[in-house]
Design a binder for this molecule. Structure first.
Ligand SMILES: Cc1cc2nc3c(=O)[nH]c(=O)nc-3n(C[C@H](O)[C@H](O)[C@H](O)COP(=O)(O)OP(=O)(O)OC[C@H]3O[C@@H](n4cnc5c(N)ncnc54)[C@H](O)[C@@H]3O)c2cc1C
Ligand code: FES
Ligand code: FES
Length: 512
């Protein structure tokens, strides 16, 4: 069958889209121009759309992603909803209605992206009100139906309402504001947008988009599209993928495409062949065993976060600091390690956890310590015919952990420095400590000198101060547009002092 995508309930032929054509460009070329291109690099969310993705219990979940980053060819047989598919001017969707009456849109460029990101959270089946139903002061209905240009003065959630969420990032209706962390608005200001989000009710069970979540997501299809600029293949098994990779070691592996999409759009990179990994069953397991936690390399960060459900506290701290929800809905650990970047956020966390990675090729499988995986600037032990299948976390986990990301913005920013800790104390003495660092050398590294200096010593402010001086000298930090070398060293020193201040060691902690 010819490759096709179900968009807003209607089947559309994909056509001969090579691996370089993004979902956004394909949608817009097909007349669906609600989704906009703001940045083409995953930063603004103007391109957000909803896709049906697998969820627990053989159900599906409407997941918002950046259409500007992902290859359209990867959506063969999939279901997509754009802002056009949610409502119409005559019959607005509840999300559109709230945005309109609460003044959540001015120029409107960002609005369809906000609408899709907000709709994903509206339909999140585990979204539960944190208290009483939201009591929101009703906005006056707009007489001319156009709230744009006038920030709502009376449409805000009443902070004195009973049951109003005490958490400033969640509404009383359970709406998680992080759902919008990947959407930028240049002109409206975020308060009316937040008001719209917090005013949303629970979708009716008869709402067909809500009802769709009770059914499985569309399965991946074996896709093969040829194109003069580079074709796209989605194999359905790991064995078929490895054969393909052995025959085409120059092929581009594509998982969430949150790195590769930027290469395509901004650096105009082109691959002779793109191989879609993101729906390979063998790369999407989450196995929580007694001695190991095995994380499939093609699970998205959002899926891992949900699956682990706080079992690995270091990762629970890491997830919200990684990019935005839109990016985490696509980004994978395989992709983060696959780039070999020295400023990826996952490696320091995974180094502190003493992770191992499983690499596989047609010739077999090997397991390597992550600490040995990085061999140079953007270089790794991985051969061109290999891919990462599993990220393996040894158990028991160290009882005290932390993830410090030093960046210019709190969310959705690239780190200047990352420091991750895993510490075990016995009677106030350091039994073991592992420290992963990012952004201070050509590769992510372990802070070995600091670790060795601390083991066996009392976990006191004095010994930590000495160790902080050692930590400040680890790596070979560079000065660049994000931070100077001196700043990076200073951040290492203060990070350890902060970690000690937060964990002074007067608690007995048990390994989990
Ligand atoms: C707006 C924005 C914000 C971002 N913020 C952050 C951030 O805060 N922290 C951070 O660390 N990164 C960030 N990134 C970078 C990116 O999201 C991550 O590196 C992500 O983990 C990449 O995963 P992916 O699945 O999208 O990789 P892809 O783009 O699909 O692939 C990236 C590379 O990895 C290779 N690869 C993918 N899967 C495998 C595999 N299983 N085995 C071997 N190789 C593989 C691919 O061949 C490719 O070369 C950001 C990116 C954007 C666009
Ligand atoms: S166009 Fe800005 S995130 Fe896609
Ligand atoms: S309404 Fe203009 S950018 Fe958001």
């Amino acid at each position: 069958m010819e490759p096709q995508v179900m968009v807003n309930g209607r089947t559309r032929a994909l056509g001969d889209v090579g691996g370089h054509v993004t979902l956004l460009d394909w949608l817009r070329a097909d007349g669906l121009t609600a989704s906009k291109e703001g940045c083409a690099e995953g930063e603004c969310g103007a391109c957000a759309v909803l896709v049906s993705r697998p969820d627990a219990g053989n159900r599906s979940r409407w997941t918002a992603i950046n259409a500007c980053l992902v290859p359209a060819a990867g959506f063969d047989g999939q279901e997509v909803i754009t802002a056009e598919g949610l409502g119409s001017p005559a019959e607005l969707h509840p999300v559109q209605q709230e945005m309109a009456v609460r003044g959540g849109s001015q120029c409107g460029y960002c609005t369809p992206g906000f609408i899709c990101a907000m709709a994903a959270e509206y339909y999140r089946t585990d979204r539960t009100p944190t208290g009483h139903a939201a009591r929101v002061v009703e906005a006056e209905p707009e007489v001319d139906g156009n709230a744009a240009g006038r920030p709502s003065s009376n449409g805000h959630a009443d902070p004195s309402a009973p049951g109003h969420a005490p958490d400033h990032e969640h509404g009383p209706n359970g709406f998680d504001l992080h759902a919008l962390s990947g959407n930028l608005c240049r002109c409206t200001g975020y308060r009316p947008i937040r008001d719209a989000a917090y005013a949303l009710d629970t979708p009716a069970l008869t709402d067909p988009i809500r009802a769709r979540c009770e059914q499985p997501a569309p399965p991946p299809l074996p896709t093969k599209i040829d194109d003069a600029h580079g074709g796209y293949i989605r194999p359905l098994t790991l064995a078929a993928t490895l054969d393909l990779l052995a025959e085409h070691p120059e092929a581009q592996l594509v998982a969430g495409s949150t790195d590769w999409g930027v290469e395509l759009n901004i650096r105009h990179a082109r691959a002779p062949l793109s191989i879609g990994l993101d729906r390979l069953d063998e790369l999407r397991g989450l196995d929580i065993g007694e001695d190991w936690i095995d994380i499939g390399s093609a699970l998205t960060l959002s899926e891992i976060e949900r699956g682990l459900d706080g079992r690995v506290p270091l990762l629970a701290e890491f997830f919200p600091q990684f990019a935005s929800r839109l990016i985490r809905n696509g980004a994978t650990l395989g992709g983060n390690l696959g780039t070999g970047s020295p400023i990826g956020d996952a490696p320091p966390a995974l180094l502190a956890l003493e992770c191992r990675v499983v690499l596989v090729s047609r010739d077999g499988e090997r397991e390597v310590a992550l600490a040995d995986y990085f061999t140079g600037y953007r270089q790794t032990l991985k051969r061109p015919d290999e891919l990462i299948t599993i990220i393996r976390i040894p158990r028991p986990l160290a009882p005290v952990t932390a993830f410090h990301k030093i960046a210019k913005r709190r969310f959705d920013d690239i780190s200047s420095v990352v420091v991750a800790y895993a510490l075990a104390l016995i009677d106030g003495v350091v039994e073991s400590i592992t420290i992963g660092l990012g952004g201070v050398a050509a590769t992510p590294i372990r802070a070995r000198d600091t670790e060795q200096g601390l083991v066996g010593r009392p976990w006191t402010r004095e010994s930590v101060r000495e160790a902080a001086a050692v930590l400040g000298a680890e790596g070979t930090p560079l000065s660049d547009h994000r931070a100077s070398a001196d700043y990076r060293s200073a951040m290492l020193r203060t990070s350890l002092l902060k970690f000690h201040a937060a964990n002074p060691g007067d608690r007995t902690e048990v390994r989990a």
